[in-house]
Ligand binder design. Structure first.
Ligand SMILES: [Zn+2]
Length: 353
């Protein structure tokens, strides 16, 4: 895909009714949405209608077809009241991508319904294979139900974002749910938003990350996720303090970590770091079902060592239930890979953003 003169080359252009037709913008952010509608064609019709008051630059249909509706140097009305990281009113500097998707699903008597079907007397449920169950990034615990995006949409949006990044100096790719939390929940957990921005903005493909890493990220309190590159060999601690106990052996220079939070001073980053080491068989519980993990730890006493001879202890506290993948086995020792959360000095980590 290629952007030329503020348009996606080869894409159908259907002009939206509502957008700022006089002023120009210099986009440096991309906002991902779902339409909460039944089809891409219906959304295009809706934005083009003379009564429309909202719009987006692009609509991505179920089959991955992209329709452009506003030139990329014009302000579309997709973000509404919004702020993130000290900036607000995202319409003024962002490109809006609407992905056709019904969004949040309601569960009634074991069946799942789109918001519009849920209101009807004779409801038609969603095909169960289209239901995604997951925790929203803005929610604390509850698992909720969402309509799956198609592979064609995920691929098309990724290529579209790459093309946009080539044409403009894009610094952020965010979900509407991140710039308007509480008010908006799109694109929701069914959309691989972290993978999209990590790959497109930071050149890191989280599709290659282990499932335990992905789970650690989804379980963390992170409302946004940034990749950080460690500048020096860096201590990894249990608390944001230079006197706090170490979490594991130091993180090697040039390692990548996930920044999931900061302390109030901003001098410490709460990070996720993937570690591997050797552990006694007695502390592990293997899971031979078709799970994404090879097992979990059955004791808080589990210790990770640098080698099978237990020469050096690597992690001070691996919690019961920590999931892992087995890399290697030698008699009673297993080499496992797990993800550990802890703190590191912010000044030694470059945020890839
Ligand atoms: Zn939205």
């Amino acid at each position: 895909m290629e952007i030329k003169n503020n348009r996606l080359v080869g894409a159908t252009f259907v002009e939206a009714n509502a957008y700022n037709k006089t002023a120009t913008i210099k986009p440096d952010a991309i906002i991902i949405h779902y339409t909460a509608g039944a089809s891409g064609a219906a959304t295009v019709k809706l934005f083009a209608a003379k009564t429309a008051t909202t719009s987006a630059h692009f609509v991505v249909s179920e089959d991955g077809t992209i329709t452009q509706m506003v030139d990329l140097n014009r302000k579309a009305y997709h973000a509404g009241t919004s702020s993130y990281n000290g900036r607000s009113s995202y319409n003024g500097f962002s490109i809006g991508i609407e992905i056709s998707n019904p969004g949040y699903l309601k569960k009634i008597d074991g069946k799942y319904y789109t918001w519009w079907e849920a209101k009807k007397e004779n409801k038609t449920p969603v095909d169960p294979s289209k239901v995604f169950t997951g925790k929203h990034r803005n929610a604390v615990t509850t698992m909720t139900y969402w309509y799956k995006y198609t592979d064609a949409q995920i691929a098309a949006v990724k290529e579209l974002c790459k093309a946009i990044c080539k044409a403009y100096d894009i610094k952020e790719i965010l979900g509407h749910e991140e710039i308007a939390p509480g008010r908006k929940c799109d694109p929701g957990p069914a959309y691989p938003l972290d993978e999209l921005r990590n790959e497109v903005l930071f050149g890191s493909n989280t599709a290659n990350l282990s499932d335990i890493f992905k789970e650690a990220i989804s379980k963390s309190a992170a409302t946004s996720l940034t990749i950080g590159k460690v500048k020096v060999k860096l201590n990894f601690r249990q608390q944001p303090s230079t006197t706090a106990a170490l979490k594991s052996s130091p993180i090697a220079a040039n390692s990548y970590v996930y920044i999931i939070g900061k302390d109030s001073s901003g001098e410490w980053f709460n990070i996720l770091h993937e570690i591997s080491g050797w552990i006694d068989k007695e502390y592990i519980e293997q899971d031979n079902t078709d799970s994404d993990y090879d097992g979990w730890l059955n004791s808080d006493k589990a210790m990770l060592y640098s080698d099978q001879k237990k020469s050096r202890r690597m992690v001070s506290d691996l919690k019961t239930g920590t999931k892992f993948n087995i890399l290697e086995q030698q008699e009673n020792m297993f080499r496992i890979k797990a993800v550990v959360e802890g703190w590191a000095c912010a000044k030694y980590i470059t945020e890839q953003k």
